[in-house]
Design a protein around this ligand. Structure first.
Ligand code: LMR
Length: 399
């Protein structure tokens, strides 16, 4: 392997490796999007622990799952995405494949695009999750970008986005973050979603919806408003979803690729091709995480307990947003140009802070504070205990 050049560390997971190696006892990791509680721990949810006990007690076999996973899991995924009374939840036009995490779903979607729609370009928001272009490049799918973030207002560049979408050739695919846009935290309003959905239909573009944070924005149903608006407007789409964040099942790798076809036959054909891609890649999915999700969502008591745990995670993050903005205000630091109120308007785990590469680098080298190079800060890793140190360091690097 002497001729193999060393690859650079991953821009997000590589930070965790560097953080672990840092000897500074006051170090703070606000890189990767992983929820931490007020004590800085990433707990196993109580509903998950209970479900695991039930699974262990009742498990009779560890034989392979089907290539596309268990049908009960697929149904639970659809009920959560669409709402259990939505016609698509039980329609033969809708097929779901259990994948190893949301990343696995994206890669399988990439394999499907590459093998079955080889001329299609995939359009990504600028900016987007750092792994998106890499996943699709690895699958052999060409990518381009459309404007998304307006730096001046720290909001959505809605008009520029729509103008760009209008110019995309029919038949291309467009990746949209269903909620809690990663990295900006800026989401379209329900009205803007309807306009986007109408345009996708008019232009005959294939939506690929990445839904990794359902429940971390406003709530499980509220966060699905964009997806459901798209489903009302178009008759074909792909959805990549994940239970890493909302069930805290990060290392169980539990996600799904859902295909909505214009007809049951079209959905069935797409599913058959997805199964070919899966068989050639990882053969069939890992069972345990999906069993946890199925057990919780299939039991009214556990489901209620999980929803309360999810709401508590969301509320803690929103509390940290307010404290972060107030702590910066107190130090007379305005990351948004004039103030910090934009931080409290962003959704999900991240704050797109506006800090530049040099400032991010100084936070790391001088203060052992780890955030992503784009200036994305994981609010989910902030605590009352690390807030003053964080804001003092930010004040020092921006002045
Ligand atoms: C993130 O953006 O931090 C998460 O989605 C975790 C990851 O795999 O990058």
């Amino acid at each position: 392997f002497e001729t193999i050049p060393t690859a650079p560390p991953d821009s997000i997971l590589g930070l965790t490796e560097a953080f672990k190696a840092d000897a500074n006892p006051e170090k703070i990791n606000l890189g990767v999007g992983v929820y931490k509680d007020a004590q800085g721990r990433t707990p196993v949810l109580a509903s998950v622990k209970e479900a695991e006990q039930r699974i262990l007690a009742g498990q009779a076999s560890k034989s392979y799952l089907p290539i596309d996973g268990a049908p009960e899991y697929a149904q639970q995924v659809r009920d959560m995405l669409f709402g259990d009374r939505h016609p698509l939840a039980a329609s033969p036009r809708t097929r779901t494949v259990h994948t190893p995490g949301g990343t696995g779903a994206l890669r399988v979607a990439g394999d499907l695009l590459h093998t079955q729609l080889p001329g299609a370009t995939l359009w990504l928001s600028d900016p987007t999750w750092a792994n998106h272009p890499a996943i699709f490049e690895a699958a052999g799918v060409a990518t381009k970008t459309f404007p998304y973030f307006d730096k001046a207002s720290n909001g959505l560049a809605f008009d520029a986005m729509l103008d760009a979408l209008r110019k995309i050739p029919a038949g291309d695919a467009v990746l949209l973050h269903a909620c809690c846009h990663n990295p900006t935290g800026v989401d379209p309003t329900p009205e803007q979603w309807r306009a986007i959905a109408k345009l996708l239909a008019e232009r005959r573009l294939l939506p690929l919806v990445d839904f990794a944070y359902q429940g971390f924005g406003q709530g499980l149903d509220e966060d699905a408003a964009g997806l459901r608006a798209i489903c009302d407007a178009v008759d074909e789409l792909l959805i990549c979803s994940s239970f890493s964040k909302n069930f805290g099942l990060y290392n169980e790798r539990v996600g799904a690729l859902t295909i909505v076809g214009a007809t049951p036959d079209a959905a069935e054909a797409a599913l058959s091709q997805v199964k070919v891609c899966v068989r050639r890649s990882y053969s069939n999915p890992p069972a345990h995480g999906a069993m946890i999700v199925t057990t919780i969502l299939g039991d009214a008591g556990l489901q209620k307990q999980w929803q309360a745990e999810l709401a508590a995670m969301r509320d803690r993050i929103n509390g940290m947003r307010r404290l972060f903005a107030a702590s910066l205000d107190k130090r007379r630091v305005a990351l948004g140009g004039s103030d910090n109120s934009f931080i409290t308007r962003q959704n999900g785990m991240f704050s797109f802070s506006g800090l530049n590469k040099q400032q991010v680098e100084r936070l790391r080298s001088e203060y052992a504070i780890y955030i992503v190079g784009s200036g994305r800060i994981s609010v989910a890793g902030m605590t009352e205990a690390n807030m003053d140190r964080l804001c003092d360091a930010i004040a020092a690097v921006v002045k």
